[in-house]
Design a protein around this ligand. Structure first.
Ligand code: FRU
Length: 593
């Protein structure tokens, strides 16, 4: 996002509406030759946290989750400001760990710590104590990742197979370097490695290491951004301490003004492996760009390709985007989901163009994450190979069926959901019986609105063209902000299968929309002055023999369910470990019809 010194300039320009120039005082070109590795494997270090009187250690910050804009099935921090998801891994008990860029002392970005939360189902989160603290006032613990060092390659864990190593960027006014910290207690507390940095530099533009274990070469592999050089560095290591620069992936796709938060992940390909030239998996290189996204500010692009342990080779020169709206950035994939399975990511559901001024600041917090997204690769009509992105395991928070009609045809479903505590809904509309020998016709639209103020968000799909659209313009919050675009659209293409599907999750101040099971997706925040309480879903002009099945469900109030009478969630104040009950929630994609 920024060298920290430039941050106040960024904020000031947001407030005055002047176009943001993300400054870079880069001295770098942190090419592989500038890298120094530390060869010591001594497992000593410090759990250093400098004392900020209003930042507790060993206990989570309490937060009030009762505000009208506070999402109930999306993760948001108790108080303060959150940006990128960090360090995501699933531990050996199946517990998901989410860390995040966290400013616990203000509702704007800065003062970066690693906040921490855990979940068994990726929706019911337990706030944990802050996991990694800066070591002094000039420091920020910037984005990074975490791995489980099962085989003790680092030497930190002679007596356990569940040692966790976090790899992150230490940001100072002088430089950004890659550091590690290790955890004996499953990721609740970390000790900074005494030999840090593990990758040094003299640059202020070298950040966001994401590490995976590469089975074929039996090496750790890191992707890390040289933001203003538009390069992703690929490093390898036998032990997480000594790193070798292997290659650079540079100047691909949309460069914007910075590359940030790279990820590399291997995904299953549907139908792959059947013919000789069709692989059963493909590698995906994801690069977040900010500023300079096509719709303004930040967005994430990805490239499909192969990876041999040292080099990522793109299959083609096509730039693909993860989302068609504006609030999907810096996504990260969970470490330790078995290969061959759909992989799961969580994204930051905001945009650097307006994140520091969104109205949730009045409720004491800013930003939420996306719902977990499941991913695989499919070969789509005309688009070709694409990364599918669907809401993962949403069935674990589905509560009550509010409406269902299995043969709607052309018609309307209206749902008054004023009595739903969460204010959060999941809906699906499946069109079947579409002809393959005559032109498609019809529209399927939805509106969520406040019966008190008349504000609304709406969206839908033109089945004839395959277009999907979304409009957040009829809401008051940020209405005059020049960067808060109102309308988004994209085109899917009918593949002749006879069916068409749209689904979505609306959650007080965020909506996520999915076309055809995640062939296209959008995350969008919105800020009404009054809570929404009415949903209208309307189908019109459908082909004669086509019919529609519609379902609308309330979602659980995962945060209010753990709040006291005032709406305050204390988080895990009892032990260093997660206290939530173990569930057996299915990790299958939801199939409610
Ligand atoms: C992306 C980013 C990262 C950086 C972090 C700082 O949003 O700018 O590049 O590590 O945020 O909070």
């Amino acid at each position: 996002m920024y060298p920290s010194t430039a941050f106040t300039t960024v904020l000031a320009s947001l407030w005055t509406g002047i176009a943001i120039a993300q400054t870079s005082d880069s001295t770098n070109s942190a090419s592989p030759s500038t890298v120094s590795s530390n060869t010591s494997t001594a497992a000593s270090g410090t759990s250093s946290a400098y004392s900020q009187s209003d930042v507790p250690t060993g206990t989570p910050l309490p937060g009030n989750y009762a505000g009208p804009l506070r999402p109930q099935v999306h993760f948001s921090p108790p108080v303060g400001f959150m940006n990128d998801p960090n360090g995501m891994f699933v531990d050996q008990d199946g517990l998901y760990h989410l860390y995040y860029q966290y400013n616990p002392t203000d509702t704007v970005a800065g003062n970066q710590h690693w906040g921490h939360a855990t979940s068994h189902d990726l929706y019911n989160w337990t706030n944990q104590p802050i996991a990694i603290f800066p070591g002094g006032p000039g420091e920020g613990i910037f984005s990074g990742s975490a791995v489980i060092d099962v085989n003790n390659t680092s030497g930190f864990f002679p007596n356990q197979t569940n040692g966790v190593v976090a790899i992150y960027t230490l940001n100072t006014p002088e430089r950004q370097t890659q550091e590690i910290a290790y955890s004996y207690d499953n990721g609740y507390s970390f000790i900074k490695y005494s030999g840090n940095p593990v990758i040094g530099s003299n640059s202020t533009q070298f950040r966001d290491p994401k590490v995976i274990w590469h089975e074929a070469t039996e090496r750790w592999v890191m992707v890390v951004a040289y933001p203003v050089d538009f390069e992703v560095g690929i490093f390898s290591s036998p032990n997480l301490i000594e790193w070798t620069a292997e290659s650079n992936f540079s100047h691909y796709g949309i460069t914007g003004l910075q590359y940030e938060c790279p990820n590399m992940v291997e995904l299953p390909v549907v139908g792959g492996g059947e013919a000789e030239d069709s692989p059963s998996t493909l590698w995906v290189m994801l690069i977040s760009i900010n500023p300079g996204a096509p719709l303004g500010g930040s967005i994430t692009q990805y490239f499909l390709g192969t990876f041999n342990g040292t080099h990522f080779e793109a299959l083609d020169s096509q730039t693909r985007l993860t989302d068609f709206a504006k609030d999907n950035y810096a996504g990260q994939f969970f470490y330790n989901i078995p290969s061959g399975q759909d992989q799961v990511s969580i994204n930051w559901a905001s945009n650097w163009q307006y994140t520091n001024v969104v109205p949730t600041g009045e409720e004491g917090f800013r930003s939420s994450m996306s719902v977990p997204r499941g991913h695989y690769i499919a070969d789509l009509e005309r688009f070709g190979l694409s990364m599918i992105s669907y809401p993962y395991n949403i069935s674990s928070v589905v509560d009550t069926e509010l409406a269902s009609n299995s043969s709607l045809g052309n018609g309307t479903v209206a749902v008054d959901y004023s009595a739903v505590e969460s204010g959060a809904l999941y809906f699906e509309a499946n069109v079947t019986g579409l002809p393959d020998d005559s032109p498609l016709t019809g529209t399927l639209n939805f509106t969520f609105m406040s019966s008190a103020s008349g504000e609304s968000v709406s969206g839908g799909t033109f089945i004839s063209s395959g277009d999907v659209w979304f409009n957040r313009g009829n809401t008051e919050g940020l209405a005059s902000n020049p960067y808060f675009n109102n309308k988004f659209s994209q085109t899917g293409l009918y593949d002749g299968s006879g069916s068409w599907n749209i689904s979505g999750i609306v959650d007080r101040s965020i909506i996520e929309v999915f076309l055809n099971g995640g062939q296209l997706s959008a995350s969008s925040v919105f800020f009404p002055s009054q809570p929404f309480d009415l949903m209208i879903l309307r189908v019109a002009g459908l082909n004669e023999n086509a019919s529609v099945s519609v379902g609308v469900w309330s979602l659980r109030a995962t945060w209010l369910d753990q709040a006291n009478i005032n709406g305050t969630v204390l988080g895990n104040v009892t032990t260093g470990n997660d206290t939530g009950a173990t569930t057996t929630a299915s990790m299958e994609a939801v199939k409610l019809f």
